[in-house]
Write a protein that binds this ligand. Structure first.
Ligand code: HEC
Length: 159
């Protein structure tokens, strides 16, 4: 009887260990996915920030806007893959709505791609008023996705 209880205990402890090990590995895997999708978004943020600097501070780099815009357009084609895995726990600001309303999220990524490609086209012509107007449209594409799918500032995780 004693021995049987002992065997059962050992078995249970072993199983618990295995479960802990597996969930630990899963959490680590998720961290890498989160880091990656945030890097895709950060890169888009850096390009948009560069465009903002050029316009706001009248830097003599208007000729760079086309490159920043096409970078955003290329990076935006990676968004769907980068966010496909549903991870809502941990260091992420993505709302669960991303996966509940995936078609809308995917459409948002496509709109971003179109608006940034349009900006690249317009920028190559060099008309600053037209560029300014299209940058507004591009900014709206960011906001239209962030509003439903990214947590508001006060709820974001701190680095
Ligand atoms: C299709 C939806 C979508 C579009 C379009 C989009 N974003 Fe995001 N963005 C997100 C989501 C969701 C997050 C939160 C990701 C996370 O924390 O896991 C995010 C996070 C970010 C971050 C923070 C990344 C980090 O370091 O954690 C930046 C910066 C950012 N977006 C910039 C932009 C800019 C600039 C645009 C427009 C040019 C844009 N995004 C367009 C969905 C979008």
């Amino acid at each position: 009887m004693r021995r049987r209880q002992l065997t059962l205990m050992t078995l249970l402890i072993g199983m618990l260990g295995l479960v802990l090990m597996l969930t630990g590995a899963q959490a680590q895997d998720d961290e890498h996915y989160l880091g990656y999708r945030q890097k895709v978004m950060k890169s888009i943020g850096a390009s948009m920030g560069g465009i903002g600097d050029i316009l706001k501070h009248k830097l003599p780099f208007a000729g760079h806007i086309e490159t920043h815009a096409s970078d955003i357009s290329r990076m935006s084609t990676l968004i769907k893959d980068a966010f496909e895995k549903e991870i809502t726990e941990g260091r992420t600001d993505a709302k669960p709505e991303v996966w509940q309303d995936w078609d809308k999220f995917a459409a948002g990524a496509e709109t971003l791609q179109e608006e940034s490609a349009k900006l690249a086209d317009i920028a190559s012509a060099g008309d600053m008023a037209a560029i300014g107007a299209q940058v507004k449209n591009l900014g709206k594409a960011c906001g239209d996705c962030h509003k439903p799918f990214r947590k508001p500032k006060e709820e974001r995780f701190k680095r």
